[in-house]
Write a protein that binds this ligand. Structure first.
Ligand SMILES: N[C@@H](CCC(=O)N[C@@H](CS)C(=O)NCC(=O)O)C(=O)O
Length: 213
């Protein structure tokens, strides 16, 4: 029998959460190895650089190799374990999904990543920059979701867009303390999706608790 996949991740990392949720949805056995990117900064060790050249999380050991970059990992899982599908088949909803994914993955997450904290002056300056960037990204997301959302970010099918959306919103509301009450589509969708089993099961709170017991 193949050995379980190994997810190198941090419980509160939005990028790790995307992959954790996909692994659970696709019923892929895995163990999660804690990489502390906040206090101990174990991701900056030479040992971890051998796992992830950019010294970030997540990295996934699977099928005898190691993959990095959460969206490359999700696409690999989709290509090798297509059920349940995490992307619509038709070209237009697929493009809508990618609009949302790109907005989050390129337009929001990197600008508020803890890795840029030291590059942006004081903690206050970092916080103001991160909150401003996230807020602007969420406004874009609101406009995109207003035309694409149904029960999920794109129509009524759970997709990679949702796997990016819920962790990013948890970050925006929980860590950056952003008020989203003036973003109606986002507020409604986030309230609904955060109660879904897959996001509760893979939530940072659940994982933190498990890693402590
Ligand atoms: N594009 C990468 C981003 C990875 C990333 O920025 N991960 C964050 C946690 S969500 C991290 O490891 N930050 C630590 C650092 O940059 O020093 C992905 O999607 O995997």
């Amino acid at each position: 029998m193949a050995s379980p996949a190994v997810l190198h991740g941090f419980f509160a990392s939005s990028c790790t959460w995307r992959v954790r949720a996909a692994l659970v949805l696709k019923s892929i056995p895995f163990e999660e190895r804690h990489v502390d990117i906040v206090q101990l900064k174990t991701h900056l060790s030479d040992q971890y650089q051998a796992v992830h050249p950019a010294q970030k999380v997540p990295a996934l050991e699977i099928d005898g190799t190691t993959l990095v970059e959460s969206m490359a990992i999700l696409q690999y899982l989709e290509d090798t374990r297509p059920r349940p599908a995490l992307a619509p088949v038709a070209p237009l909803p697929r493009a809508r999904m990618r609009e949302i994914v790109e907005t989050i993955v390129s337009g929001i997450q990197p600008l508020q990543n803890v890795g840029v904290r030291g590059l942006l002056g004081s903690d206050e300056e970092y916080s103001a920059f991160a909150r401003g960037a996230a807020r602007r990204g969420l406004q874009t997301l609101e406009a995109l979701l207003a035309r694409s959302a149904g029960q999920y970010c794109v129509g009524d099918q759970l997709s990679m867009a949702d796997l990016c959306f819920v962790p990013q919103l948890f970050n925006a509301v929980g860590r950056l303390k952003l008020d989203i009450s003036d973003l109606p589509t986002i507020s409604k969708l986030y309230a609904k999706l955060s109660k879904e089993e897959i996001f509760m099961k893979t939530h940072p709170r659940t994982v933190k608790h498990l890693s402590e017991t």
